[in-house]
Design a protein around this ligand. Structure first.
Ligand SMILES: *Cc1c(COP(=O)(O)O)cnc(C)c1O
Length: 234
């Protein structure tokens, strides 16, 4: 067990290093806007979230409902954090996610969108939503194919308890992320033509955040580069 002060220093140094990487990538791309850093805290304890909040982190990402619900209940400064749900979402978990998440990034089918809308209504909340797009159309990793984005976007935009904010994607495994992120930006441009408020593009993780910044991502989801290697679920 690491002492809290030592863990704080470790997180502060890693956070600085990631912020420096983002700044360098922005300079390289000639961007003067700052992408939002979502720190992915899955498999790390609420105490780490508290330390990160103390270091100026405003957004955290979680990918499993049970773990995320428990952590949100335990975190000290919950009200000062924006909680992003980024994991594959089953419609039977949507009501639970709607109670604690502020943003759901991984909406990829109509059934999940409708269940989330009903859950938000029951919780008397309005959720920000991004559609997860599949950039390689691989089975099992989630995401709507680019051709399916307009219909799903219409559905989400028509739900009073959901706010359509944009798109999210994970780079294809084992391929250059840059062309994939460029494709995502093209899908985003088409989406914005019909939904001008849906300009968020969530892309880029610990290993490929530079490519995402260069492509124009507005949100980065960074876990292991800040928190360290994740232990597998017990
Ligand atoms: C875990 C996860 C991340 C963070 O990945 P790292 O490589 O640890 O930065 C980002 N996005 C999604 C969807 C994830 O599940």
């Amino acid at each position: 067990m690491t002492e809290p002060a030592a863990r704080r220093d470790e997180l502060a140094a890693a956070l600085d290093a990631v912020r420096a990487r983002i700044a360098r990538a922005r300079e390289g791309a000639g961007r003067d806007d700052d992408p939002r850093l979502v720190v992915v805290t899955k498999l790390f304890p609420a105490s780490d979230v508290d330390l990160l909040a103390g270091l100026g982190v405003t957004d955290i990402g979680e990918n499993r409902d049970q773990e995320a619900a428990a952590k949100c209940a335990e975190v000290r400064d919950r009200d000062r954090l924006t909680v992003h749900f980024i994991g594959q979402l089953q419609s039977n978990k949507a009501a639970s996610v709607a109670r604690y998440a502020d943003v759901v990034q991984s909406v990829d089918r109509a059934k999940v969108a409708r269940a989330l809308a009903r859950g938000a209504e029951a919780a008397r909340r309005v959720l920000d939503v991004t559609l997860q797009v599949s950039l390689d159309e691989a089975e099992g990793r989630g995401g709507v194919a680019p051709a399916g984005v307009p219909a799903l976007a219409e559905l989400v935009a028509g739900e009073p308890t959901l706010r359509l904010r944009g798109l999210m994607a994970v780079a294809p495994l084992g391929a250059d992320p840059r062309p994939a992120f460029d494709r995502l930006l093209a899908v985003s441009r088409a989406l914005r033509a019909d939904h001008p408020d849906a300009g968020w593009v969530s892309a880029g993780m610990s290993g490929d955040l530079e490519a995402a910044v260069a492509s124009g991502a507005t949100h980065l989801r960074v876990g292991s580069a800040i928190l360290g290697t994740r232990q597998p679920h017990r």
